[in-house]
Design a protein around this ligand. Structure first.
Ligand SMILES: [Mg+2]
Length: 281
């Protein structure tokens, strides 16, 4: 039976509303006095795009511009990395008002608050096309595995609220920690960018699932490791169809590099519509 691994947020859902809500909440909690600092960091991001993002052990796991959730995490991380002299007043404020010890902790609080709204049904992020595709895949006998950093319960709730039938052909692996880097940096040379593929938790999931296709919206988090495994036939990994779901926030370097990367075994494509996943599969 053919099997497709899907990321969830940004692939099956439109994450714009949720992510923008997280960004707005975070910036409103920081207050207007933080504007100068945020502006300064935004220009540092565009000057040194390889140095900022979602980090583990000081290494970039996803670049700051790969999606809107990552953008907020990158901003909180960059604030935490500034010298105490630059942030002491702001830090005192968020400790006093919100009990957050770091900017990253405040960012997480904002994320949790927005996600709670989603679980109460106030935001319904699943797209109609996703519901149709999931049902079509089940009818055609595909196995679908959702491998996501989001919690299993959150994903199940969103699917149920949108009327997707949960059946044995649909498996949900939430809390997948695809962002988690191990202790031995290992790189995929992706045209002009090196991407860290030392992702032990995601590696374990992929080795167990052994899919025929993987679909993601954040190249570093979702696609770099499966592409590497397929290109190098690691442990007999199959030639994969690797699909980037292109979104308004997809950075131009990702699309450019997908076009110029010449895979030996994998098929690497940027898709505009989810149904393109099924083409020649
Ligand atoms: Mg995603």
């Amino acid at each position: 039976m053919r099997k497709i691994v899907f990321d969830f947020d940004g692939v099956l859902t439109d994450l714009t509303h949720e992510a923008q809500a997280v960004i707005d909440l975070f910036q409103s909690k920081l207050g207007t006095e933080s504007r100068g600092l945020l502006k300064q960091l935004n220009s540092a991001f565009s000057q040194s795009p390889l140095s900022y993002g979602w980090k583990m052990h000081g290494r970039v796991s996803a670049f700051y511009d790969e999606d809107l959730f990552v953008q907020n995490i990158a901003m909180a991380t960059a604030l935490d990395e500034l010298s105490p002299k630059q942030t002491s007043e702001l830090l005192k404020k968020i400790q006093g008002e919100f009990g957050a010890q770091t900017f990253s902790e405040l960012g997480q609080q904002c994320f949790d608050q927005v996600v709670a709204k989603t679980s109460r049904g106030e935001i319904q992020p699943l797209e109609a096309a996703s519901k149709n595709l999931l049902n079509e895949l089940q009818d055609k006998g595909f196995k679908v595995v959702i491998v996501s950093n989001s919690g299993t319960e959150r994903i199940e709730n969103i699917l149920k609220q949108s009327g997707v039938t949960l059946c044995p052909h649909l498996k949900i692996r939430g809390g997948a920690r695809k962002f988690e880097l191990g202790t031995e940096p290992k790189k995929l040379q992706f045209v002009d960018r090196e991407i860290d593929i030392d992702r032990p938790a995601y590696l374990e999931a992929l080795m167990e699932e052994r899919p025929d296709a993987v679909v993601g919206d954040v190249f570093s988090l979702d696609l770099s490791l499966p592409l590497y495994l397929s290109e190098n036939s690691v442990d007999g990994f199959k030639p994969l169809k690797v699909c980037l779901r292109q979104r308004p926030y997809t950075p131009s370097w990702t699309v450019k590099n997908i076009q110029s990367f010449k895979p030996k075994r994998a098929r690497l494509v940027a898709i505009q519509n989810l149904s393109q996943v099924l083409e020649d599969l």
